[in-house]
Design a protein around this ligand. Structure first.
Ligand SMILES: *Cc1c(COP(=O)(O)O)cnc(C)c1O
Length: 399
């Protein structure tokens, strides 16, 4: 690097930003990003302390406000999403909560995709409701339902795409236009694609939220999150965070920085293996239906092809039979991990109807398409032939 005033990373590719954005080397000359394991910071004198507290002088005061390792992570995820700024949070749920607390007020209405992460549904339905925020849920790809649910007091559209576990795809450009026409914000949970595969802000979304716990880490080590968007919005989110406290730790920020360095390579590998596994599953006599947007007959295929760079690592399939057959198939696997997490190097397998979606009523599950014979697989980085053999063990038990 030279002393050029121009930012050498301006216009750089995602791969380069993922490795280098946000680095502020200290006088020690360290090559890897340091972990600033400190809760507070020392001032040179009282005048500096006063200036830092008043905000007249930029700089660190306390790690609930700012931390250099966390700031590096924030700058890097902002660069990857093509955003002005980002705010790191303690978890993905803290990212969604902070966004809502900062940008919604009592009396506001939210239209939310029915197919979002279950805890997000609870956050809107159980907690934000206590503070006078109302919510309507609509099917993720039903554009007419989104339009029909908007009211004069609607302040936010919230969606997640592709959806979990059926991989339905929201039309982000159309939703951004709808949000603009109705003077509300479009917030997109980009956890499943990550900026390696999809950049919602470029399609017109206002804010992106992340569970960094998933693919940004990529190796199942830490819980964390991020909110990404315009400086003006991020200032409000940061003010909430500084006051209310769900901030990211320096250690976790460092783990996520290491995760981001390999993000694109991992997302391509997850996507490649998921597509191979989905295609193989389509040919298995024990399988009734496969849900993966990479398959040409999936209803979201054309849209996913247009707005994503690949189809991601999560797929689901229905075995012939019901819950018993699905459980048999899952329980026969010996490589995949039976856990509800995803976005890990290790492949995970789960039965949505009795775990992630177990609290829904039977009617709600039916409306959301969560059948009793549905199995979700979040494809990791093992060799895909070993994953096929693992699922084959299950199919062999089904006779
Ligand atoms: C896991 C997840 C979340 C919540 O993130 P945490 O880090 O567990 O709080 C939100 N959205 C999606 C899509 C997720 O998969």
């Amino acid at each position: 690097m030279n002393d050029d005033d121009n930012d050498p990373l301006s216009g750089a590719h995602l791969d380069t930003l993922a490795v280098r954005a946000g680095i502020e080397r200290t006088a020690q000359g360290e090559h890897a990003e340091p972990i600033f394991a400190t809760s507070s910071y020392v001032f040179d004198n009282s005048a500096q302390a006063a200036a830092r507290f008043s905000g007249d002088e930029p700089g660190n005061v306390y790690s609930r406000y700012t931390n250099p390792t966390v700031r590096t992570f924030e700058q890097r995820i902002a660069a990857l999403e093509g955003a002005e700024a980002a705010v790191a949070t303690a978890s993905g749920m803290a990212a969604i909560l902070s966004t809502c607390m900062a940008l919604l007020k009592s009396g506001d209405h939210v239209v939310c995709s029915r197919d979002v992460f279950g805890t997000t549904t609870n956050l809107f339905g159980k907690f934000l409701a206590k503070f006078g925020v109302t919510v309507s849920f609509v099917p993720v790809r039903d554009q007419e339902a989104w339009g029909g649910a908007i009211r004069p007091d609607t302040a936010m559209l919230f969606t997640e795409t592709p959806s979990n576990p059926l991989c339905e795809v929201a039309d982000l450009a159309a939703m951004a236009a709808l949000a603009r026409d109705n003077d509300c914000l479009l917030v997109v949970d980009n956890c499943f694609c990550t900026p390696a595969l999809q950049t919602p802000l470029a399609l017109g979304a206002d804010i992106v939220v992340h569970s960094a716990t998933k693919y940004l880490d990529g190796q199942g080590r830490c819980v964390g999150g991020a909110v990404v968007g315009a400086e003006s919005h991020m200032e409000e989110v940061l003010t909430f965070l500084r006051t209310c406290g769900p901030t990211m730790s320096a250690f976790n920020a460092w783990v996520f920085l290491k995760g981001l360095e390999t993000l694109r390579l991992r997302m391509e590998a997850h996507s490649r293996s998921a597509l191979a596994l989905a295609s193989w599953l389509c040919e298995q006599p024990a399988v009734e239906k496969v849900h993966y947007a990479g398959l040409e007959d999936h209803p979201g295929h054309a849209l996913a092809r247009a707005q994503q760079r690949a189809f991601g690592g999560v797929l689901s399939f229905q075995v012939r039979g019901g819950r018993e057959e699905a459980w048999k198939c899952i329980d026969a696997t010996r490589i995949m991990s039976l856990t509800a997490n995803l976005g890990d190097a290790k492949t995970t397998i789960v039965h949505p109807a009795t775990t992630t979606h177990g609290r829904l009523t039977e009617q709600e599950r039916a409306a959301a398409g969560i059948a009793d014979n549905l199995v979700r697989v979040a494809v990791g980085l093992e060799h895909v032939d070993d994953l096929k053999a693992d699922l084959q063990r299950g199919f062999d038990t089904l006779g």
